[in-house]
Design a protein around this ligand. Structure first.
Ligand code: NAG
Ligand code: NAG
Ligand code: NAG
Ligand code: NAG
Ligand code: NAG
Length: 634
């Protein structure tokens, strides 16, 4: 015997009326330790202290180390949750108090796995040999498929039969499995090395109860036909899985309907599906539920997840919305260079035009009357030439002298190339979007409006967050006091998403399904997601300490491995639409031209102010005589 049994052997030495310990029994107990992993064993044997010492000696001769305590009749049946894998019990059925001990163990729910039991029965007693005796002892106990209970029936002096009684469910009679044999020569021979929940997958039509969470009443009619995939997607995804699980166990299932997953109310009770699980009204939750800290210990999660992700979906706002696109085509240094260049041109033009005027004779000026250059060129002529060139308009003043013409030509060529690069850039910029919104904080401070899908879990989680950013988003944008709140249905949310400048919080699959159906091809581009709820993917939950835990766990793994999980997910969850980059015509609206309008209105304002100042100036007679025509000849 190589394996080492670590732990404590607590011997509850009952009245020493017993058969006592013979060598064969000791040998059996030593051999039977392979049925149990290293454990801490509590023994209820009616042996005296001498026999207890014999047992311990036998154990240590076989290199099995025990920690021994001999306690009195007080049975301490409490087992802490953490140690359950290391705990086993040993009971002699022939002891007078055996039945009482079994009842007590039943009350403390000690027959659930992974707690282990080894029960000794000596068949010397003839009337206890038949099956109806076992039925009367075990038939009413909560020994279900997960229990690891081994009954060792001593057939004759040298051989023992190993049985394992259990019931598939509370509705079934006791089933007695034969799991192996022990004899003096060969030791323990097991027929099957699987653990009990692997052997007992056939629950023989046990009626299980489950619960579906349904937020749209019509879902009941479309659980398997893949219609209306956007409503209660998770219920429709999980329903076939539950049916597979139930079929694997050869059980039947009935569903109740709940309208919420279930949350803890102030008085500590749970509502919805979780409430039904917590109260033991159903065996298995039919709809996956979020894995949250407060639900741990209330239900047992099975690792069969559904990738339901509710997030904020939005498109980044156009660039023109967050900054003035009209200044963006050139860098600041280029703008400064252009300014310096214009000032330079202005000065040079002023010099050359003056020079031209003074170099032209009076007759020449008369001849030029028709060409418009009748007055001495002023600063404003100069400015008009400049503005005309910059705005690609030309001007009425026509320079005649070669130096002035060279400068004007240079000005026109320079502004043409600037104009070409500016317009090329501005078209691209008007169509581009920012990438400024990447976190919840950005979203809070962005111009985007917010909408939230009105569904139970959103209602619950949005109200429950206490961190500053989420709380502010909720108070300012989702449910602002005195204004319209942001709760809306899916269709409305998606249609506002299409209009832009809007972030919608909804389940990605459902939103993308409606996007896929209603948006134009070029509108399906540029979606971004921000997580708000900060939860893991939902998992299937079952009753705590359910006798079917292991069977369901294995079934869930099989559903995952066979691809049945992926099958439903693929069919029901719409992926993010692929953007085909058909960059279509982008219409430029008022928002894009905002800066231009601002410039225009300031310009008008300044013009009016100057106009009024001129009137005042004129009324006061400050202006001297207006220059008379034809005074150029003087
Ligand atoms: C089986 O045991 C019960 C007592 O538990 C007894 O009444 C019955 O007669 C026995 N049946 C047979 C066939 O021995
Ligand atoms: C064992 O416990 C179950 C519930 O846990 C109860 O229904 C059953 O009656 C109990 N059996 C006995 C014999 O007390
Ligand atoms: C039990 O085994 C012992 C030792 O191997 C042997 O002497 C004895 O005859 C056996 N008894 C029976 C009833 O088989
Ligand atoms: C399911 O259980 C019933 C009732 O015990 C049994 O008749 C049937 O053969 C079982 N089916 C399978 C596939 O094991
Ligand atoms: C707890 O509160 C819920 C409603 O919030 C109510 O339905 C339930 O009866 C209450 N339970 C107890 C034990 O007071």
């Amino acid at each position: 015997m190589i394996s080492v049994l670590l732990g404590v052997l607590i011997i509850n030495a009952c009245l020493p009326v017993s058969s006592g310990m013979d060598g064969t029994l000791l040998k059996f107990l030593v051999d039977a330790s392979i049925l149990f992993a290293p454990t801490r064993m509590t023994a209820f044997l009616c042996i005296d202290q001498n026999d207890a010492l014999h047992l311990l000696r036998a154990m240590s001769n076989a290199h099995l180390s025990y920690d021994i305590r001999i306690s009195n009749h007080n049975l301490d049946m409490r087992v802490s949750r953490e140690n359950r894998h290391y705990v086993s019990f040993l009971l002699d059925l022939n002891c007078p108090e055996a039945i009482t001990i079994l009842r007590q163990a039943n009350e403390s729910a000690l027959f659930v796995g992974p707690l282990k039991w080894l029960i000794l029965q000596d068949l010397k007693d003839r009337k206890k040999q038949n099956d109806s005796y076992l039925d009367s002892v075990f038939g009413n106990l909560a020994i279900f498929p997960d229990s690891e209970l081994v009954l060792a029936q001593r057939l004759d002096k040298n051989s023992t039969r190993l049985l394992s009684p259990y019931r598939p469910s509370p509705y079934h009679k006791l089933i007695i499995e034969e799991i192996g044999l022990w004899d003096l020569q060969n030791g323990v021979t097991l027929l099957n090395h699987d653990v009990s929940s692997r052997r007992r997958r056939n629950l023989a039509n046990t009626p299980l109860k489950s619960c579906l969470v349904v937020t749209d009443p019509d879902t009941i009619n479309h659980l398997t036909d893949y219609q209306d995939k956007h409503s209660d997607t998770i219920t429709k995804t999980n329903y076939p899985w539950i049916m597979h699980l139930v079929r694997m166990m050869n059980a039947t299932v009935t569903f109740s309907i709940a309208n919420t997953w279930g949350y803890r109310s102030k008085n500590g009770s749970w509502s919805g599906m979780i409430g039904q699980l917590a109260r033991g009204e159903i065996d298995i939750g039919g709809t996956a539920t979020f894995f949250t800290a407060e639900r741990i210990g209330v239900v047992q999660y099975i690792s069969l997840y559904t990738p339901t992700r509710a997030k904020f979906i939005f498109r980044q706002p156009p660039l023109s919305f967050v900054s003035n696109v009209f200044t963006l085509p050139f860098r600041r240094s280029v703008w400064i260079a252009i300014g310096v260049f214009m000032i330079l041109i202005f000065c040079l033009l002023h010099l050359t035009l003056k020079w031209e005027w003074f170099n032209t004779s009076a007759e020449e000026r008369v001849r030029r009357h028709w060409s418009g250059n009748v007055y001495q060129p002023t600063m404003s002529d100069n400015l008009l030439i400049l503005v005309g060139a910059v705005s690609q308009q030309g001007s009425s003043y026509e320079a005649r002298a070669i130096p002035a013409r060279i400068i004007i030509l240079m000005l026109l060529v320079a502004t043409l190339s600037l104009y070409a690069s500016y317009t090329a850039n501005i078209v691209a910029l008007l169509q581009s979007t920012t990438d400024s919104i990447t976190t919840l904080d950005d979203l809070l401070h962005s111009p985007l409006k917010i909408g939230v899908h009105d569904i139970v879990y959103n209602r619950y989680y949005f109200e429950s967050f206490q961190d500053p950013i989420r709380k502010t988003i909720y108070e300012q944008k989702v449910a602002p006091k005195g204004r319209k709140s942001a709760w809306m249905n899916l269709e409305e949310g998606v249609s506002r998403l299409r209009q832009g400048l809007f972030a919608f919080h909804g389940e990605l699959g459902s939103v993308y399904k409606i996007v896929q159906e209603t948006f134009n091809e070029d509108e399906k581009c540029g979606f971004q997601e921000i997580d708000y709820l900060n939860v893991l993917d939902p998992l299937i939950a079952i009753q705590k300490e359910s006798p079917y835990l292991e069977i369901i766990r294995i079934g869930a793994l099989k559903i995952h491995e066979n691809g049945l999980q992926t099958r439903e997910i693929r069919r029901l969850y719409t992926k993010k639409p692929v953007c085909h980059k058909h960059a279509s015509f982008v219409s430029v609206g008022l928002t894009e031209c905002y800066a231009a309008f601002i410039t225009l209105s300031y310009g008008t304002l300044i013009a009016f102010t100057i106009f009024i100042l001129e009137i005042i100036w004129y009324k006061r007679g400050i202006v001297e005589d207006v220059v008379q025509p034809f005074d150029y000849v003087k």
